[in-house]
Design a protein around this ligand. Structure first.
Ligand SMILES: C[S@@+](CC[C@H](N)C(=O)[O-])C[C@H]1O[C@@H](n2cnc3c(N)ncnc32)[C@H](O)[C@@H]1O
Length: 425
């Protein structure tokens, strides 16, 4: 039988995993029971998502997270939307941790509208069982305004199959369909999924949504906190989707007080993703090369961003992996639409250096750097992880004594056996 926990009165006794969330300005200390920390949403991600959600008119009713973990995301929704929430969690200690975390956020952010705290509840129970929970809470049909679902995935899964998610999407949809309000564009649901979902699996998720709610609007959202990594891949549905926009890229800046950069556009998800067509082109001295943020490229929206920025006539030299890159003929000028941090490095190719990059050949490379008045070089090539720091250290030591005035980076030619020496703009 499910049990209700009240954040107003729940004690933290017996909860041990209490760690600071480094992404929060407030330095919240959250409880994460039963090794729940890796599952929890970082506060900064949760908060910026809640701020984005505020832009959409949600109907009156309950905000529900039916697999709430440590309750971080649902607490952020409540803070920003100023509404009470319901969080459901199968694991009793985690449900208790959620209640305590909710109270921590509420009190430390200094809210005094006690009704929000009093009316919010966490439930130890099965988040698939809508009917049981609705009768426990004494709620009527269609009283759920918004449903958030961040299912757990097995830690060592390679497949990231939909059937491995806990709880499963189809079971949650079946359990909650009668109770969620549905507008013309569909129900307001946010599915927080694995960033490793394949295109085929994304299509599978879309088909599942269509089976339950035909003609629902859908916007896939890639969220990155930098370093080329996609941290979250979520599907925003119905009233919280952009009606005709299939994709959104969100870059959360390192400074937690700055707003995220949001890019909308892209093509609908298709089995053959054809956004960044790689070309077999040899690099030329004098042309420019830019490494593009790998997370932006993964979202399939890099061309949208590049087309809106000042770079024209570019070709993709490498469109996959950790260092996607383009060649272009004009210098990259930063504009408001093109925040610099989506360009990892940009510069002009001043030399093509033949041969392997090893400890033995390092001196030959340094000679060439000096011919180009280079005082610092960053190696941006995939090398043996043991070799990389040794080579970088050798370059740093040799160049610092020689007082070159220009800064450069070194790339491996994706289509050849040589290296590109690029001077930064
Ligand atoms: C990825 S975590 C959610 C993390 C959460 N978004 C946060 O911000 O802390 C998923 C949670 O779903 C819970 N879960 C799995 N099956 C469930 C079910 N049938 N009903 C309710 N919760 C379930 C797991 O115990 C786990 O804590």
């Amino acid at each position: 039988m499910p049990r209700i926990i009240h954040p107003l009165s729940e004690s933290s006794e017996g909860l041990f995993e209490n760690t600071p969330d480094k992404t929060s300005i407030e330095r919240f200390k959250f409880f994460h029971a039963d090794e729940g920390k890796p599952l929890a949403t970082p506060w900064q991600v949760a908060l910026s998502r809640a701020i984005m959600l505020r832009e959409y008119p949600l109907p009156e009713g309950v905000i529900l997270d039916c697999a709430c973990g440590s309750g971080i995301q649902v607490a952020a929704y409540s803070e920003i939307l100023k509404r009470p929430i319901v969080g459901i969690e199968l694991n009793e200690s985690r449900a208790r941790a959620s209640a305590v975390n909710f109270r921590t956020v509420f009190t430390e952010r200094g809210d005094n509208s006690l009704n929000r705290l009093k009316d919010s509840v966490f439930i130890v129970g099965d988040g698939r069982d809508g009917s049981q929970i609705m009768s426990l809470l004494n709620l009527e049909n269609e009283s759920i305004a918004f449903l958030h679902l961040d299912p757990a995935r097995p830690r060592n899964s390679r497949a990231h199959a939909l059937s491995e998610m806990a709880p499963r999407l189809d079971e949650v949809f079946a359990g909650w369909k009668p109770y969620i309000k549905c507008s013309k564009s569909g129900p307001a649901i946010l599915l927080d999924l694995s960033p490793r979902l394949s295109t085929a699996q994304m299509i599978e998720v879309e088909d599942l949504v269509e089976k339950f709610w035909p003609n629902t609007s859908k916007t896939w959202t890639w969220t990155s906190r930098g370093r080329g990594r996609v941290d979250r891949l979520a599907l925003w549905l119905g009233a919280i989707a952009e009606p005709t926009i299939a994709r959104r890229f969100v870059r959360i800046p390192p400074d937690p007080t700055s707003p995220p950069f949001i890019l909308l556009g892209g093509k609908p998800i298709a089995e053959q993703e054809d956004n960044q067509e790689q070309q077999f082109i040899q690099p030329q001295r004098g042309s420019y090369v830019s490494i593009i943020d790998a997370a932006l490229v993964e979202s399939g929206m890099a061309n949208d961003w590049l087309n809106a920025s000042s770079i024209d006539n570019y070709v993709w030299a490498e469109s996959q992996g950790r260092r996607p890159m383009i060649y272009h003929q004009k210098v990259f000028q930063q504009t408001a639409k093109s925040p610099n941090n989506l360009i990892v490095a940009t510069g002009r190719i001043v030399d093509l250096i033949e041969g392997e990059l090893t400890i033995d050949s390092a001196d030959k490379f340094v000679e060439i750097f000096l011919q180009h008045d280079i005082g610092k070089v960053t190696v941006r090539a995939s090398l043996d992880p043991k070799l990389q720091p040794k080579l970088q250290g050798s370059f740093d030591r040799q160049l610092v004594r020689r007082h070159g005035s220009r800064e450069a980076f070194l790339l491996r030619n994706p289509k050849g056996e040589n290296y590109l020496l690029c001077v930064k703009n």
